[in-house]
Design a protein around this ligand. Structure first.
Ligand SMILES: Nc1ncnc2c1ncn2[C@@H]1O[C@H](COP(=O)(O)OP(=O)(O)OP(=O)(O)O)[C@@H](O)[C@H]1O
Length: 522
């Protein structure tokens, strides 16, 4: 009779055999894992822990510990199909265009003017380092009836950048009128530029009122985008008559849905926007718009907010203004509203019936309230919502590529701080017999490898993999060779990483160094 099989032994042998076939020989990690293997049904299993694991089954709900290895699991959507073993360098970092855009925005946020060349006051209230945002220095009182100026400034309270909107020559007759800003502060929508504060000042050499808004770097107004000197959709020349619409219908619907969403929030707060003007709507991202300057009219013309009836009239006026705005953008001319019939004919010829009717009902005042309007464009709202979710997916996927990079930068900083410090020159621990010597050789292994023809190996995947494995302290073995090729060590990543890199002690040491140099802690 054949002897009964001991399942634990059988499994152990099989696993060990598997590792031998993979060329790993006596694998201590696997041994530890196998020895600690728990055959109890339902025992919790951590697929990534190197002890007490079942290497082959990875039930998701028992995912317990932080991973001790590197985490480059791609998230959909995938830009191109690659083999599982292939990785391109872009897979490790944010896409270039997104990085560039974010960098430009950061650059614009941090921009300052030399104090000498600035005729602006050095500070007003808690705000300092004013930078004008207007692209021309011509006074225009077209929208508010007072010349208005926009500045970027930093708050000394929280260090953040804000946009200050100044109305020149405005005198506040009743202090109570400015309190409406407190109500506007609570109106939060992704399609509104949030207001924070307002005060009067004489620091500009006149009596002005200043409103503080969120600053959205590198934003453009819809007027600049569609009717400026370099419009996003230029009008075709006579020789090239357009066969289709100039501004794509999708763009128009996206604007409509976003503004309607902002109006829904404003109207439900018992307020009215009153500034649906191309120059007071900001395009803060490719397709993202925000109503700017909300609340200003309520301060400078407070009489309209005093009765519910007048608020309702202003809300109705918001819808008419939205219709006019869309008419001019669709017709690609700011003055389209002066020829409504011609503009509507154009829209009828080039766009869908739903869009034409929607704009027509708005600007003729047939749409009575925003809730009714939102219902009528629900199908477009869903389409817009779907695009926003797709965009969110692609951003999350891009973000996941950066997941490990912050950790790696910290590791590289630690390396830089420890490796070859002059004060360690005669420290025996850094000598060829010391435990820190590995770290020096590891640096060469990661960054200074050469191929068989003595050419430098510049392989980012190698660098990232090595650093991640070092940080995780995995048991995989590597060969470290001294520069004179006289010494060669076969060590695990765990051994290559001296205590100094692993322990909190090092972090404390690092914090002390950083404090002494007065730089923010990393
Ligand atoms: N909150 C903000 N964040 C970032 N930039 C802003 C903000 N508000 C305005 N801007 C920018 O400041 C510039 C001037 O804005 P403004 O509203 O004054 O437009 P304008 O065309 O000059 O209008 P007006 O003729 O009424 O002065 C625009 O380029 C706009 O993008």
């Amino acid at each position: 009779m054949a002897p009964a099989i001991d399942p634990q032994l059988y499994h152990h042998q099989g696993l060990q055999h598997g590792f031998e076939n993979m060329g790993l020989g006596e694998n201590t990690t696997a041994n530890a894992a196998m020895n600690a293997y728990d055959f109890t049904v339902g025992a919790s299993v951590n697929p990534y822990a190197q002890t007490g694991v079942d290497m082959f089954y990875q039930p998701q709900q028992t995912y317990q510990h932080p991973l001790n290895y590197h985490l480059y699991a791609p998230l959909a959507p995938y830009p191109q199909k690659l083999q599982p073993f292939q990785k391109n360098i872009h897979g490790f970092f944010l896409p270039d265009n997104l990085r560039e855009e974010l960098q430009k925005k950061a650059d614009a946020t941090l921009q300052t003017l030399p104090a000498i060349s600035s005729i602006l006051p050095p500070s007003i209230e808690e705000y300092h380092q004013l930078v004008p945002l207007d692209i021309s220095n011509q006074k225009s009182a077209q929208v508010f009836g007072y010349p208005s100026w926009a500045y970027k400034a930093f708050s000394s309270e929280d260090g953040n950048a804000y946009a200050l909107r100044r109305l020149e020559g405005f005198r506040l007759s009743n202090e109570a009128d400015i309190r409406i800003v407190q109500r506007w502060r609570k109106v939060l929508s992704a399609n509104i530029v949030t207001i924070h504060d307002a005060w009067t000042t004489t620091k500009f050499g006149d009596s002005s009122i200043v409103f503080v808004y969120d600053y959205h770097p590198l934003s453009k107004t819809l007027a600049e985008t569609h009717f400026g000197p370099n419009p996003r959709y230029p009008n075709p020349t006579r020789q090239h008559q357009p066969t289709g619409p100039i501004v794509p219908e999708q763009v128009l619907w996206s604007y409509i849905v976003q503004i309607a969403s902002a109006l829904r929030v404003i109207h439900s707060a018992g307020l009215a926007a009153r500034v649906i003007e191309p120059s007071k709507i900001l395009l803060t991202n490719k397709m993202r718009i925000r109503l700017n300057c909300c609340g200003i009219f309520d301060v400078i013309h407070p009489e309209t907010t005093r009765s519910q009836e007048s608020v309702r009239e202003c809300q109705q006026e918001d819808l008419i203004q939205l219709g006019r705005l869309m008419l001019s953008i669709a017709f690609n001319t700011p003055s389209a509203i002066q020829y409504p019939q011609k503009s509507m004919e154009y829209i009828g010829r080039h766009y869908s019936i739903q869009l034409r009717d929607s704009i027509y009902y708005l600007y003729t005042g047939s749409t009575k309230n925003i809730d009714e309007y939102v219902k009528s464009i629900a199908n477009q709202a869903f389409q817009n919502f779907d695009s926003a979710l797709h965009y969110e997916d692609s951003l999350e996927s891009a973000l996941s590529r950066e997941l490990e990079n912050g950790r790696l930068v910290r590791l590289l900083c630690k390396f830089g701080f420890i490796n070859e410090r002059p004060e360690y020159d005669h420290d025996p621990r850094w000598s060829e017999t010391g435990d820190r010597y590995y770290l020096k050789l590891f640096r060469d292994y990661v960054f200074h490898s050469v191929d068989e023809s003595n050419n430098p190996v510049v392989d980012m995947a190698h660098v990232l993999t090595c650093l991640n494995k070092l940080d995780a302290g995995v048991d995989e073995k590597i060969m470290l060779v001294s520069r004179d090729s006289m010494n060669c060590f076969v060590v695990t990543y765990k051994e290559a990483r001296p205590q100094q890199v692993q322990t909190m002690k090092f972090d404390l040491l690092l914090a002390t160094y950083l404090r002494s140099f007065m730089v923010p802690s990393c």
